[in-house]
Design a protein around this ligand. Structure first.
Ligand code: BGC
Length: 561
């Protein structure tokens, strides 16, 4: 077949028509390209046949979504020798605040040849379709560094090694929203942090900016413990709604913050407490029974999800405790169902939930590389104690599936707080009375208890221990999409902030003295009546605890360089 109407220039052709000639044309790798907002995508161009001289190919954006541009390769030159080598054209999509997937045609043209149209379509940063929210808000994004935490970290010897890590910003009282100057929350209110996040966003190029805020002020807060009791009494749900959530939502919805990705961590420990610490269980407390009966937590969480979820750039993640709390058969499905009950309370729907977070402020190991999978035999050890899980990563992935079974969207993602679960070798005393050296291989013991105790990296005395754990270290540094189903490893509990005071310290924050923070305490039903494993000399929860900060850095895993 001779060239049919096309201009053909054919010399030494490699792609021959059946008469031995090759029609010259533009060979484009794809005629439809999706370009993530704040990112780039590319296609390639080459010639079908060797030209007799240089050929210039232009790539020109037409009329359409002007956020999409040709960022490199607008003009390509092919020679008699490189004509067959594909050259790259890069398209960029600017970050915009709309939720529609704009398109723009890119015309690939060369004089005398038939041009080709590449349709570029804007996509979310995760590469998926543009919706009001990214599938994973952390993908390709910067994460806000709290200047108040940063300056405390910088004031510590060696603290500059981690001072630029993003940490959660906790709003643990109504007055924290405006900035109350307390040791816990400092002088910056919510709007101050958001303003700073906008500034950090402007400084980080085209990448979007995540800010992680912790919503933590339910009535009757921390019903199974005392160290983080709050300002609202068990019947003060109305104040929670009007003075806390409504005020917070009003600030978050301001147009100035519309381009931020606001990750809202919803109410640590609250819903799991309603499952595990109520009713006839040995672990029950009167306050958890009260908060279950009066619906303060369920309706409060539903209200928060509904109000915050109405803001298009807020991503709600509900706190889901950790494997050493929810991983038992009795608790696993019941907690997932409780999450769904709360997510559909107070007029909310499950669509207001973007995902869940595990291990917030806890020290459960991310993985237990030397214990391996939880066999029936290992379930019977004292350490694992019939739990189905022995690490956070496996638990978070399995709990995600269980939550979907309870009615949540199959697009939910998980976060894991890795701020304090590193468990490097304990080089900063006091260490736990269990072994101080991080294992480097599985134990060879044939006794299951000895095997687990010699192999495990989590060196707590008992998995129910949660307060200022001796021997703990910083865990994985925050990062996006580290594993299947996991949106990010995050540092929500700011390293160096206490979990509770070692002895009673009067305060005006509602904080009680919980003996789980007293190193001399011999325990209760929630930690198998074990020693608390807490560091001595701790201040009230949320206050700076220098000795803990130093220990976390010294015992970090991966180690700090
Ligand atoms: C405290 C909060 C504090 C948070 C982060 C919680 O245990 O109750 O007041 O903001 O930890 O450190």
């Amino acid at each position: 077949m001779a060239s049919s109407g096309l201009t053909s220039v054919t010399v030494n052709a490699t792609e021959a028509d059946n008469d031995g000639t090759t029609t010259q044309s533009l060979v484009v790798s794809s005629t439809s390209v999706s370009v993530p907002e704040g990112g780039t995508s590319s296609y390639t161009v080459r010639l079908a046949a060797q030209p007799s001289g240089n050929v210039t190919v232009t790539n020109t954006a037409g009329s359409g979504d002007t956020n999409i541009t040709v960022s490199s390769g607008a003009s390509l030159t092919f020679t008699t020798s490189n004509w067959n080598t594909a050259q790259t054209v890069t398209l960029a999509a600017a970050e915009d605040s709309d939720s529609t997937a704009g398109t723009r045609p890119i015309t690939v043209a060369s004089s005398g040849l038939t041009s080709v149209t590449v349709t570029a379509t804007e996509a979310d940063n995760d590469g998926g379709p543009v919706g009001p929210r990214a599938d994973n808000p952390y993908a390709n994004a910067g994460v806000y560094v709290n200047p108040q935490w940063r300056s405390k970290a910088l004031a510590e010897p060696g603290g500059s090694r981690i001072a630029n890590q993003p940490t959660g910003v906790w709003f643990d009282r109504i007055s924290a929203l405006t900035g109350n100057g307390s040791p816990t929350t400092g002088t910056m209110g919510l709007a101050d942090h958001l303003d700073q996040a906008v500034t950090q966003d402007a400084a980080n190029g085209s990448a979007p900016m995540v800010i992680q805020i912790v919503v933590y002020n339910l009535p009757g807060r921390d019903c199974a413990a005392l160290a983080s009791n709050g300002e609202l009494g068990p019947t003060e749900l109305a104040r929670y709604k009007s003075e806390y959530i409504d005020v917070m939502a009003g600030i978050l919805a301001r147009p100035a913050y519309a381009n931020l990705r606001i990750v809202a961590i919803i109410e640590i420990d609250s819903l799991p407490n309603l499952v595990t610490n109520v009713g006839g269980r040995a672990t029950a407390t009167a306050m958890c029974d009260t908060m279950l009966a009066n619906r303060g937590y369920v309706d409060g969480v539903g209200y928060a999800l509904n109000k915050l979820g109405a803001i298009p750039n807020v991503y709600n993640y509900i706190d889901a405790a950790h494997h050493g709390w929810v991983g038992w058969d009795d608790n696993f499905g019941a907690t997932a169902n409780m999450m769904f009950t709360a997510a559909t309370a107070s007029g909310s729907t499950a669509a207001n939930v973007h995902g869940f977070i595990t291990n917030t402020a806890n020290t459960s190991a991310l993985t237990e590389p030397y214990v391996g999978s939880v066999t029936e035999q290992l379930r019977q050890t004292t350490w694992i104690d019939w739990n189905r899980y022995n690490d956070e990563l496996t638990f978070a992935q399995a709990f995600r599936s269980r939550l979907i079974q309870s009615g949540f969207s199959s697009s939910i993602g998980m976060l894991i707080d890795t701020s304090r679960n590193g468990w490097g070798s304990c080089v900063q005393t006091p260490c736990q009375p269990t072994q101080a050296t991080r294992p480097t291989a599985a134990s060879t013991s044939t006794d299951p208890n000895t095997f687990v105790n010699q192999s495990r990296i989590d060196r707590r005395i008992h998995k129910g221990n949660w307060c200022n754990q001796a021997g703990a270290g910083l865990g994985e540094r925050p990062r996006s999409a580290p594993a299947t189903g996991i949106d990010a490893y995050v540092w929500i509990k700011p390293p160096g902030e206490s979990d509770g005071s070692s002895s009673l310290i009067p305060n005006d924050e509602g904080k009680g003295f919980d003996r789980m923070c007293d190193p001399t305490y011999t325990g209760n039903a929630r930690n198998g009546n074990s020693m608390s494993g807490a560091l001595p000399g701790a201040p009230v929860s949320g206050h700076w605890f220098s000795a803990q900060f130093q220990q976390l850095m010294a015992n970090a895993y991966p180690p700090l360089s």
